[in-house]
Design a protein around this ligand. Structure first.
Ligand SMILES: Nc1ncnc2c1ncn2[C@@H]1O[C@H](COP(=O)(O)OP(=O)(O)O)[C@@H](O)[C@H]1O
Ligand SMILES: [Mg+2]
Length: 232
């Protein structure tokens, strides 16, 4: 895979549009978004429901291709890659956190955290050791053997964060990560994000939560498929 050496710009999106088929017509979710994110930044993306935040995040994270436009991620043209190579890049270098956690209910917390390491070919003993270390990092060492249905929402999100950073991603994406949590639990999740950012992870967070936006040093505001302000 063509990888450049430590680019200062980890995300460089130019003229990104996204259309979804809708009743025989096209719904224009993104109408030409350009955005640069430098290594080490913590960026909040805000805006009203339906303005295209999730669509943008999915395009930037390699989950869903844009209709037109270009996305350079870590120096690589994200959609120049085939799907297999893009999946590998996501597995090894990116992390993604969802509003509803997306944990596997039949696996324990530790097994959920081990999953992306198993996919990346990390040996079992190393996986176990690192899963313990990660659950400790997110304050859940004592919950390692619990299954998600027996954990609170905040605990489940912390497991999801431990899983998302298992392969030491350079960029972490989160879509409304505190949307299902009460304020105090949300605050704990934000504190964890700040710690990850301080440890060098670039963060791009879609949020409705003014508490999250306040603590990002940069707030990108969207409306109707466009970036309408970008305050550093
Ligand atoms: N998979 C999809 N198919 C059709 N329309 C979609 C799809 N995903 C999102 N949309 C539409 O695109 C627009 C932007 O949605 P979204 O990116 O989810 O916004 P936000 O995350 O800001 O709420 C909305 O009008 C939404 O209904
Ligand atoms: Mg959304």
């Amino acid at each position: 895979m063509a990888e450049s050496t430590s680019p200062d710009r980890v995300i460089e999106a130019r003229g990104v549009t996204k259309e979804y088929p809708y009743q025989g017509d096209a719904l224009h979710a993104l109408r030409g978004v350009s955005l640069s994110v430098a290594r080490g930044e913590m960026v909040a993306i805000v805006g009203p429901s339906g303005c295209g935040k999730s669509s943008l995040l999915n395009v930037l994270a390699g989950i869903d291709p844009p209709t037109s436009g270009r996305v350079e991620l870590l120096g690589t043209g994200l959609y120049d890659l085939g799907e297999g190579q893009r999946s590998l890049l996501r597995l090894r270098r990116l992390g993604f956190i969802f509003q509803r956690f997306h944990l596997l209910a039949v696996l324990t917390a530790a097994e959920n955290v081990e999953l992306p390491m198993a996919e990346a070919g990390v040996p079992k003993a190393e996986r176990r050791r690192r899963a313990r270390e990660l659950l400790d990092y997110v304050g859940l060492a004592s919950r390692a053997r619990h299954r998600p249905p027996h954990l609170s929402g905040g605990e489940q999100q912390r497991v999801a964060i431990a899983r998302a950073v298992a392969n030491r991603p350079e960029v972490l994406f989160a879509d409304e990560p505190t949307g299902e949590l009460d304020r105090r639990t949300g605050e704990e999740i934000i504190a964890l994000f700040e710690r990850l950012n301080a440890d060098g992870t670039t963060m791009v967070i879609v949020t409705h939560d003014p508490g999250v936006a306040r603590r990002a040093r940069r707030v990108v505001e969207m409306a109707d498929g466009l970036v309408v302000s970008d305050g550093r």
